[in-house]
Design a protein around this ligand. Sequence first.
Ligand SMILES: Cc1cc2nc3c(=O)[nH]c(=O)nc-3n(C[C@H](O)[C@H](O)[C@H](O)COP(=O)(O)O)c2cc1C
Length: 215
Amino acid sequence: MSTLLHLDASARRRSISRELSAAFAGAWRARNPDGDYRYRDLAADPVPFIGEAWTELCDAVLALPSTDPERLGELARTPEQAAAWEIVRPLLAELLAADVILIGTPMYNYSIPASLKAWLDQVTFPRMSLGERRFVVTTARGGTYAPGAPKAAYDYQERFMRDFFAGHFAVSDTVFVHAELANSRQDPALAHRRAEHDASYTLALATARDLAEEY
Ligand SMILES: Cc1cc2nc3c(=O)[nH]c(=O)nc-3n(C[C@H](O)[C@H](O)[C@H](O)COP(=O)(O)O)c2cc1C
């Protein structure tokens, strides 16, 4: 039985990255009727930023040659560290239980929302390989960062996640599905690019749906 962990991070309820992640999740659930599906809305139900006690737990992990991530709580030495672990525990457990991690996220300020970064900070510990797991990221961005676009090099959203998942989690095949030029829906200065957005959005929806067939 396969397990899908589905995260959304857009501050908007009516959000394109949510629509794309829902397209993948819907197709995945239809294909895996016995699969385990977990959903977490990081915007509606934000995880707190890490605090000092979390960093103390992390230092304790660093001092060891290797650690079972499910047993990090045993390293807690103070009530504050135990409380920090109680925040991490369910987040880490659902991440480790997943075979597929699906993240729907907007581009904010060339990168990812603080809500998603807060989750990542909470669940990431030294020497934590997630190599057996697969990551799919659906995104929406106001402009375009497609190959050849003038701002392609400013895409720290995909680059950050791709490099971080590969460099720290040993997951080298993260798949990204982007809807470009979303601001053409609202911004008169981008209205002339609305057809490009519509094409990108339609393709992204179909790609997200089709991709689920492979997971
Ligand atoms: C706080 C904020 C920052 C944004 N920063 C960028 C940006 O740096 N580049 C960009 O192309 N679009 C940017 N946008 C536009 C969003 O990427 C766009 O609205 C997208 O549709 C958001 O995804 P969503 O529809 O899933 O919420 C920003 C939007 C917000 C609200």
